[in-house]
Design a protein around this ligand. Sequence first.
Ligand SMILES: NC(=O)c1ccc[n+]([C@@H]2O[C@H](COP(=O)([O-])OP(=O)(O)OC[C@H]3O[C@@H](n4cnc5c(N)ncnc54)[C@H](O)[C@@H]3O)[C@@H](O)[C@H]2O)c1
Length: 263
Amino acid sequence: MDSGIDRKGSIIGIGGGVVCDITGFAASIYLRGVSFGFLPSTLLAMCDAAIGGKNGVNFQSAKNVIGVINQPQFIGYHYPFLDTLPQEEYTNGMAEVIKHAFLDGLKFIDYLKENYVLIKSRDMLVLEKMITWSHQVKSKIVEKDEMEQGERKKLNLGHTLGHAIEVNSNLSHGQSVSIGMHMAAKIAHQKKLCAIETCRIIEELCKLFDLPLDSGISSKPIMDSIVYDKKRKSGEIDFVIPIAPGKVEILAIPLEELEDLIK
Ligand SMILES: NC(=O)c1ccc[n+]([C@@H]2O[C@H](COP(=O)([O-])OP(=O)(O)OC[C@H]3O[C@@H](n4cnc5c(N)ncnc54)[C@H](O)[C@@H]3O)[C@@H](O)[C@H]2O)c1
């Protein structure tokens, strides 16, 4: 309002996922919606948060419970932003890249393994390829199912447990997602839905990029948080099960069974 933006105005969010989310949300409700675009400045926002049209904010202890699905007019990429990104934030972004690589398949996974030294040293050419690849994986999924009726739920791999771990610890989003993916793979293996090799692939990638695999948090606080999770249906939760590279399944797991599996 201070800037005098009218209905023909446009708001551009330049920043990390928080800035992109708030920009998209504010633009979507201001004057019943003005256009908006993003210039993401963190690895996580470039690979994930700026893409897909979800613009949400947290409320009380629940993540992203208030928001809209509305696509930006553009997403601009300026890779040198990453030069100043603190290491922890960079590592956070890698958790989402690993998730996209697993959803995409072995080729992307091998690219990360073969280039991990250059990725960690933020080599611009390698980063450009990795970010574009990651962006395409998410865009393709969102194009098929913008409103999250099915396919898009795959993007929640590692996030159901990850969010619960994040609110119960001092761990960052990326660290929590890494642990969430690892737990999801172990749960899948325990349910005889994936080979031990799948767990090892996720373990290896997370370790290569200095992401943790365990939180030490007990099942009780994790389950308490999951009960607030927006993906919860009555008595059960849609859980993304990693089967093999390029293949995941959405299973409705009863909350009691999930608690046993976490234990
Ligand atoms: N909408 C979605 O689909 C979606 C998807 C994933 C995550 N998210 C949301 O994104 C948020 C996390 O995003 P994030 O990891 O980008 O965190 P963030 O936006 O909090 O940014 C992390 C930190 O880095 C700083 N920063 C940003 N760019 C910088 C740069 N180029 N150099 C130096 N410092 C810089 C920020 O000021 C901040 O302190 C969470 O709120 C999460 O819920 C949204």
